[in-house]
Design a protein around this ligand. Structure first.
Ligand code: HEM
Ligand code: HEM
Length: 225
């Protein structure tokens, strides 16, 4: 296979890119916080029936904890920059397991209460894709964590690549479900603001996993941290 000629980045360019990434990271945390706080405030100011409870569990599980669990592994992530990598991996799986418990319970709660054919709305279809992908990815994540033994059997890159692909798909489908879930609750300009924010959060949260993905595909020089 032909190797790709890549010029090494000079340090000024590198610093500029890192600063730019840090700014994007800060914007992302603000958007995640804004949506979580506003939606929680709306939900807990009304009657806490099944739909609001479902919405809150899914928002906290998928939008807050899953996003933060992915962001923690990004070297430019503000709050985890000085945490050693070994500890980041531990925080990663703790955040993902708690996020999955909340999000998946939220999904099962509403599924158990719907008395009609399931998965007929765009929101419902995306929601069940997110739920199944997340459950599968918890198992793949566990394999990724106990990597040394697996490395010899199936190759570490196979598990890591699979985990990153499932992670990206689960997160995108969950946030797209959220996108289609907002109209049940909010309208007007706030709806537009939240839809745009969700799109921006999807892109900004996945910068790290996409970098890892390219590194796994051996384009190291282009995207090395
Ligand atoms: C990450 C976010 C979310 C996920 C993964 C998710 C997932 C799901 C799933 C799996 C269903 C069951 C579909 C079925 O059995 O047909 C569902 C239904 C529903 N969800 Fe969500 N949900 C999320 C956020 C929200 C939000 C923010 C709201 C806003 C109130 C909401 C409101 C509803 C309603 C009203 C239903 C019943 C109608 C329908 O199936 O479309 N969800 N959701
Ligand atoms: C379903 C929830 C999960 C999602 C969405 C998820 C997502 C991801 C993503 C996207 C990455 C790549 C991040 C990057 O390279 O920037 C990653 C890496 C990783 N995940 Fe998960 N994960 C989940 C659960 C778990 C669990 C339960 C474990 C362990 C028990 C785990 C262990 C790991 C490990 C060890 C890495 C590699 C870190 C490294 O060495 O680069 N994950 N995960």
């Amino acid at each position: 296979m032909d190797s790709i000629e890549i010029q090494p980045r000079n340090s000024t360019e590198r610093k500029f890119l890192k600063t730019f990434e840090s700014i994007l990271n800060t914007i992302n945390h603000n958007l995640i916080g804004l949506i979580t706080v506003y939606m929680s405030w709306r939900i807990f100011h009304g009657n806490l029936t099944v739909i609001p409870l479902h919405a809150w569990l899914c928002i906290c599980g998928f939008q807050l904890l899953m996003a933060e669990g992915i962001l923690i592994l990004n070297p430019e992530n503000a709050w985890s920059r000085y945490i050693p990598f070994k500890l980041k991996r531990i925080f990663h799986w703790i955040l993902q397991v708690i996020g999955a418990i909340l999000g998946v319970s939220g999904a099962f709660l509403i599924i158990s209460r719907i008395n009609r054919k399931h998965f007929v709305t765009t929101h419902g279809v995306l929601g069940i894709i997110a739920t199944v992908t997340t459950l599968l990815n918890l198992m793949v994540g566990l394999c990724n964590y106990s990597s040394p033994r697996l490395e010899r059997i199936i190759g570490l890159n196979t598990v890591k690549t699979l985990h990153t692909i499932f992670g990206i798909s689960g997160f995108v489908s969950a946030l797209m479900a959220l996108f289609y879930g907002y109209p049940y609750y909010i309208s007007g300009e706030v709806l537009t603001l939240f839809e745009v924010s969700t799109g921006v959060t999807i892109i900004l949260t996945l910068i790290g996993p996409f970098k890892s993905f390219f590194i796994l595909l051996n384009l190291n020089d282009l995207f090395s941290h």
